[in-house]
Ligand binder design. Structure first.
Ligand code: ZN
Length: 412
């Protein structure tokens, strides 16, 4: 079973980790270096010619890709969070490679080139930067991102050089848009939706858009024992109302989630009425209109809260990243391939970011999600079954054979 082979390879890859619970393999670390020959060996077995590029990506290409034919890019990231799991990222690397190996063994010759990338950094765990590798392919490399440092003060640029890469060559990694058919990533779902629906795989519709706000609430500090309840300007009580609004509006809005994840209270004393609260609101939705409407509802509730609680509330948008839609032809093709396995071609959006956010600047993107136990990720207990991996592999094998006809590429 192909799923078992991939599962076993993921066990091998997971041995390249810092000691401690789960898998810890950071960008440009010794563990990254150690896992590289393993991935390159898988690539060789799949008939791909591999290299480490200037951004620390491990890249494998088949002969057609090397010859400059229109090329489909597949893959995922090799890095993990601290004490992460065996599957987030590496599943999409091992699976994409094994699928090509299987097609070769079956004597199936795709009429386009294949390039598989194990991106160096997606998690952004080591440096305060992320997607260096996928941004480079997309031609959106920002040289400033190389100045980011890890907690030892080592910059991305220095770490790249120590890894044997030439950061000055990263700009040259830009792929030719006209030549790239698309980017397909297989990834664990990192949520419980597929498990709840008893489905091994699902088609991703979009990568979520994200926005963050900073909310400042100004009340008045006074003695907690002597100020009557009806004469208070309690900033924390107002913050509670804001939190309830966010939770309530997000709960009632399909396709949007939100959280107040950070709150600072001042003076934060047991016997003083809080006079100031800073809190954050984060909203995520794949569709911009849903997110903007949700934002509007939340922000328009703030003046009422301020009046009722006799405080001042201000809000600033501090971060906004647009969501990225997956291409219809990829969603339809993956859906058809899933249907051919006798499985419902269920669609869901990704509430997490992925390399597709960057790759969308280059080409059409699509993602196949694989069920993970308890929806758990970024955790040592992250788990996927060989059977589900096998379904994903068969779906991808079917899908790859559809790409030629869909894109009007024939012959070899
Ligand atoms: Zn991931």
């Amino acid at each position: 079973m192909l799923g078992q082979l991939i599962y076993d390879r993921l066990e091998d890859a997971a041995t390249h980790s810092l000691p401690g619970p789960g898998v810890t393999r950071l960008f440009l670390s010794d563990e990254h270096r150690a896992v590289t020959p393993l991935i390159r060996d898988w690539m060789t077995k799949a008939g791909l010619t591999s290299e480490i590029d200037a951004a620390g990506n491990i890249v494998g290409r088949d002969q057609k890709a090397l010859d400059g034919a229109p090329t489909l890019i597949m893959g995922s990231h090799q890095d993990t969070v601290v004490s992460g799991g065996k599957y987030d990222g590496m599943l999409g690397v091992a699976l994409s490679i094994a699928v090509i190996e299987q097609l070769n063994k079956s004597g199936i010759d795709l009429p386009f080139g294949i390039e598989i990338v194990a991106f160096g950094d997606e998690e952004g765990t080591r440096f305060q930067s992320t997607l260096v590798g996928s941004r480079a392919l997309a031609g959106k490399h920002d040289p400033k991102s190389l100045e980011a440092t890890d907690d030892k003060g080592i910059s991305v640029a220095d770490a790249l050089r120590a890894f044997g890469c030439r950061p000055e060559d990263i700009a040259g990694l830009k792929r030719d848009k006209a030549n790239v058919l698309g980017f397909i990533e297989t990834h664990i779902e990192q949520g419980p939706v597929l498990e709840k629906r008893d489905l091994p795989v699902g088609v991703v519709t979009a990568l979520t858009g994200i926005e963050r706000h900073r909310i400042r609430i100004q009340g008045k500090a006074s003695h907690a024992g002597t100020t009557p309840m009806n004469d208070r300007h309690d900033a924390l009580v107002a913050a509670a109302d804001v939190i309830h609004q966010v939770e309530g509006i997000c709960s009632m809005t399909d396709g949007m989630v939100g959280v107040v994840g950070k709150i600072e209270v001042s003076p934060n004393a047991v016997n003083v009425i809080p006079d100031h609260v800073d809190l954050t609101i984060e909203l995520r939705a794949p569709e911009r209109i849903v997110r903007v409407n949700g934002r509007g509802q939340i922000l328009s509730a703030l003046p009422n809260i301020a009046t009722n609680r006799r405080v001042e509330i201000s809000a600033d948008l501090t971060y906004e990243a647009e969501g990225v839609p997956c291409a219809n032809w990829i969603m339809d093709g993956l859906g058809q391939a899933i249907g051919e396995q006798g499985i419902e071609p269920f669609r869901l959006f990704s509430g997490a970011g992925h390399d597709g956010l960057a790759m969308h600047d280059l080409c059409d993107i699509g993602m196949l999600f694989v069920r993970c136990r308890d929806g758990l990720s970024h955790h040592p207990d992250e788990a996927v079954t060989p059977e589900d991996i096998d379904v994903a592999a068969r779906v991808l094998i079917d899908f790859l054979q559809m790409v030629g006809p869909i894109k009007g590429i024939s012959g070899t």
